[in-house]
Ligand binder design. Structure first.
Ligand SMILES: [Zn+2]
Ligand SMILES: [Zn+2]
Length: 250
């Protein structure tokens, strides 16, 4: 069977709450049959667990987002470790210096602690990196011992090649469909499909033809169709490979 997987979405955000069943129906209508929902805190996880009872095709990934690490303590880390068996992966974790580098040391410390938890339990990790390319790379190379996906990859082709050398997966979001997104398009063209994932990161980064509207997990289809066309392969061939990749990663 051939279908799309949205490997990274935030369908647990408030904006989807009242019409959640409709969004799940839209996903089915667009042949998006798995969605990996990112939980950034305890409340997210508790709510997403409830969603999963009704929709078992939702996977759960949990981790503390880099910009939220300021107030984290040992108890939060213990909580992550306590729920580790019920999650697909640890994420999204990483570094984000976009607004400020002031808490860079704190971000690095929490990033490394979460990688170590994943290592101890053999869990894959999902990485968020923005305006922090070199530090992210250095930490991953030194500490990561499980499978890694670089979510919403937006760095240079050189960085992508370094990550590919380490055997990591590269995940592309709706940006790749934007007319002016030269580097993401070139990266998607160069990245072997065996190392690729696709995602919405919804509610942000809505792909063409819905750019400007709120994103939703069903729209990963448009990113997938765009990449299949870009690479000159069939939708089915890309879907089959992306399913294998996701299964191998998690
Ligand atoms: Zn992210
Ligand atoms: Zn995200």
């Amino acid at each position: 069977m051939s279908y799309w997987i949205d490997t990274h979405c935030h369908m647990n955000e408030d904006v989807y709450r009242s019409d959640f069943d409709l969004y799940m129906q839209a996903a089915r209508d667009n042949n998006v049959l798995r969605s990996n929902v990112i939980c950034m805190n305890r409340a997210d996880l508790e709510y997403t667990r409830e969603l999963k009872k009704k929709y078992p095709n939702l996977d759960i990934t949990f981790g503390y987002f880099p910009e939220d690490t300021e107030h984290l303590n040992d108890e939060d880390m213990n909580y992550l470790e306590a729920v580790i068996d019920e999650i697909q992966a640890v994420g999204e974790i990483g570094l984000d210096y976009y607004y400020s580098r002031e808490d860079a040391d704190r971000q690095k410390e929490m990033f490394i602690r979460q990688i170590e938890i994943a290592n101890r339990h053999g869990k894959p990790i999902m990485i968020h990196s923005r305006s922090a390319a070199q530090d992210t790379f250095d930490i991953l190379k030194k500490h990561a011992r499980t499978k890694v996906v670089m979510h919403c990859f937006s760095e240079s082709a050189e960085m992508m090649r370094e990550y590919l050398k380490l055997g990591y997966y590269i995940s592309f979001a709706g940006v790749v469909t934007f007319k002016n997104a030269k580097t993401p398009k070139e990266n998607a063209l160069e990245c072997p499909i065996e190392r690729m994932m696709i995602e919405t990161d919804c509610p942000y980064l809505t792909p063409v033809p819905f750019r400007g509207k709120m994103n939703q997990t069903a729209y990963v289809r448009h990113t997938g169709e765009y990449i299949a066309q870009l690479k000159g392969i069939s939708v089915e061939q890309l879907q089959q490979q992306l399913i294998r990749n996701y299964d191998e990663w998690r």
